[in-house]
Design a protein. Structure first.
Length: 239
């Protein structure tokens, strides 16, 4: 009798904040991997409302495709509030959003993505997962050095060496702008996914969900809202 080897089950862990980029990455992963889990981080962010959006987005995502519903696995919430204790930023404290003397936005939280990826990697190896998926982008972003591809790939190598396990980091948005992010979402699940992102995700740095725009909720004037709105306009103009 010839033995048959079961096909390899591919698994991914998506860094999922509840925002547009991570929701698009979650859809991207659900389209490609057999099993997908999510991880979120409470780091004392001013826009903690994003954390309350996460489960609604996950439920909505599972409703879009039967295959996605079967692939979407557990969600994990991690306490990363140590970041807030290290110093003030406009993301964690009532600080004006501006460019600092270092030439970076005051919304930059030093070490945030490095810590997130380290914690995600530590969880992934315990879950038998060797692929992390994140929404980092160096094309249309706020200038954070920990969003650059060089940083992400260096961190992937650090995780491989430090954990002693295979580990890769996929960043499907790395080289596309926000218009491309809207287009990617549309290509993955059509208008239904666009509607979900518009209505249920959160990007605004100030945590404002009192103002509804065609592209979603937000203050409309913080850097995150401006990027999201400008991307929407460019995508609509190109349709």
């Amino acid at each position: 009798m010839t033995s048959q080897t079961s096909p390899t089950v591919t698994r991914a862990l998506v860094l999922f904040s509840g925002g547009q980029d991570s929701a698009t990455c979650l859809a991207w992963a659900l389209d490609r991997f057999d099993q997908v889990e999510t991880i979120g981080f409470d780091y004392g962010q001013r826009h903690a409302v994003e954390l309350t959006c996460r489960e609604k987005v996950r439920i909505g995502m599972a409703s879009l495709k039967e295959s996605w519903a079967s692939r979407l696995g557990e969600d994990h919430m991690i306490d990363a509030t140590v970041l807030k204790s290290l110093g003030e930023t406009a993301m964690t404290h009532d600080v004006v959003i501006e460019t600092t003397e270092a030439g970076l936005p005051s919304t930059f939280v030093p070490g945030r993505n490095l810590l997130f990826l380290t914690l995600a990697g530590a969880l992934a190896v315990r879950r038998g997962i060797s692929v992390l998926v994140g929404g980092m982008c160096e094309t249309d972003y706020s200038g954070y050095p920990d969003c650059r591809n060089d940083t992400i790939q260096a961190q992937a190598e650090t995780l491989r060496l430090g954990l002693g396990k295979p580990m890769s980091i996929e960043t499907p948005l790395m080289y596309i702008d926000k218009a491309g992010t809207w287009e990617m979402a549309h290509g993955l699940a059509g208008q239904a996914l666009i509607d979900l992102i518009v209505e249920d995700t959160h990007t605004c740095y100030l945590g404002d969900r009192s103002q509804r725009h065609v592209w979603g909720y937000g203050c409309g004037s913080c850097p995150a809202c401006e990027l999201r709105a400008a991307g929407w306009d460019r995508w609509q103009a190109a349709k």
